[in-house]
Design a protein around this ligand. Sequence first.
Ligand SMILES: C[C@H](O)[C@H](O)[C@H]1CNC2=NC(N)=NC(=O)C2=N1
Length: 93
Amino acid sequence: MEKMNENEINTALGELQGWSYKNGSITKSFKFKDFKEAFSAMTRIAFECEAQNHHPDWENVYNTLNISLNTHDAGGVTQKDIVLAKSIENIVG
Ligand SMILES: C[C@H](O)[C@H](O)[C@H]1CNC2=NC(N)=NC(=O)C2=N1
């Protein structure tokens, strides 16, 4: 899949609240009520990642979840990352 340029990425991010482009990835930090809520969201996201065969770089510390998306095979951001970010927004609601 084609790597997107910075202009294309920023246009796509116009539809993704709270996501930003940093160091070759799109990224967002989520905060939940507690660890159980954060891990529950991660589990639901994980099933969607498997369905899309596209996987996040993420870090969970208690109730926070930091997600970075890029396409390793392409060495940058592609439409796959934009699609997954939209799915994550729908899951987390
Ligand atoms: C073999 C497998 O299809 C690939 O390794 C997939 C799996 N998930 C992936 N996830 C991400 N974020 N980037 C990839 O390039 C990627 N490639």
